[in-house]
Write a protein that binds this ligand. Structure first.
Ligand code: NAD
Length: 315
């Protein structure tokens, strides 16, 4: 495993982090024992960063992760979130966050969280995030509920703006640095580096699009993006590999990212993915795949408040 600094936190985190959305059955039903084995396999292979949220499986992911981490808590850094609880369920109020943290601590079976993040801030007025939610997190941090504060979401300009107005330790961006989209590099990375804010790159498989099984039905990308990914997957197979391998090899090359979160629900996914640390993609296959993806490269979709949409939004 390779470890990198998580911004200025002092934590050294594995370059692959365990994304626990699949433990909440977000990508299909996972047998709890199988999911637990995936968590243990990841720890055995040196993964020390685990990311979850009450939103994933409406608390199921946190509950399962907390169960799986019994006896392992001191081997890992644990990141969870507050503010988002359903597809349309948000509560970024100070009182709501205070309650949510307590519930997360209980489900995660721990007395402190390492990184606590506001989940998908693009869905509410940014003044609520800046004036109420982030100050509330500062107070909860002082009470020892967690050690570091982060924000997460989809539109990069909003993440940059909020991170510049209120100090945060981490910014989690998803679906903005992988084979389909690399705008994280141009839109956020320089700012984050200057501020010494850790960048966490989530969804290196573009929320399942860059897999042979394809994306879940709820995936928000336009059809053109799914189509190009299908073509890319076929190309990878022609080269005797698979699109997931090339996608992870590609994403892991970015040394400005502290950790790349990959959603994993089985031991075999964990072992396949961790075997890719410190390996390079087949150059010819990668070039052909990038050419197939080029017409839809950097396409963004709408999510959250319209005012937070970034350029290049389709739909
Ligand atoms: P992802 O891009 O990591 O894709 C996950 C899918 O890929 C799952 O279906 C998984 O089973 C599959 N997969 C993983 N390895 C595989 C392999 N070797 N072969 C075949 N299939 C494989 O998407 P994600 O899980 O949504 O993102 C990663 C994590 O990042 C999440 O679990 C979550 O922790 C975090 N995240 C946070 C936010 C946010 O805070 N707003 C948004 C998205 C993701």
């Amino acid at each position: 495993m390779i470890y990198r600094a998580l911004g200025q936190t002092g934590l050294q985190v594995s370059i692959i982090g365990f994304g626990a959305a699949p433990l909440g059955n977000e990508y299909g039903v996972i047998n709890p024992t199988v999911g637990e084995r995936a968590v243990h396999a990841a720890i055995e292979q040196g993964v020390n960063y685990f990311d979850t949220s009450p939103y994933y499986g409406r608390t199921l992911s946190e509950t399962r992760l907390g169960h799986a981490l019994r006896g392992y808590r001191n081997k890992v850094y644990l990141a969870t979130k507050g503010g988002r609880y359903g597809v349309d369920g948000f509560d970024f109020s100070a009182q709501g966050l205070a309650t949510s943290v307590e519930e997360s601590l209980r489900r995660l079976q721990t007395d402190t969280i390492d990184v606590y993040q506001l989940h998908d801030i693009e869905f509410v007025d940014r003044r609520l995030i800046i004036d109420e939610a982030l100050p509330a997190l500062e107070r909860l941090r002082e009470q020892g509920k967690f050690r570091y504060i982060g924000i997460t979401g989809y539109p990069l300009p909003l993440l940059r703006e909020v991170g510049s107005v209120h100090p945060v330790d981490t910014i989690l961006s998803y679906c903005h640095y992988n084979l389909m989209n690399t705008t994280l590099s141009s839109s956020l990375m320089l700012f984050a580096k200057q501020q010494n804010i850790a960048v966490i790159n989530a969804s290196a498989l573009h929320m399942g699009i860059l897999t042979d099984q394809g994306a879940p039905a709820w995936h928000p990308a336009p059809a053109s993006v799914h189509g190009a990914a299908c073509e890319a997957a076929a190309l990878a197979r022609d080269y005797g590999t698979n699109i997931t391998t090339i996608a992870l090899q590609f994403a892991l090359q970015n040394e400005d990212v502290s950790t790349t979160l990959v959603g994993m629900g089985t031991e075999s996914e964990v072992l396949d993915n961790l075997a890719l640390v410190d390996t390079l993609p087949d150059g010819e296959a990668l070039a052909k795949i990038l050419a197939v993806i080029a017409p839809v490269k950097d396409v963004n979709w709408h999510t959250g408040l319209r005012e937070n949409d970034e350029p290049n939004v389709v739909g």
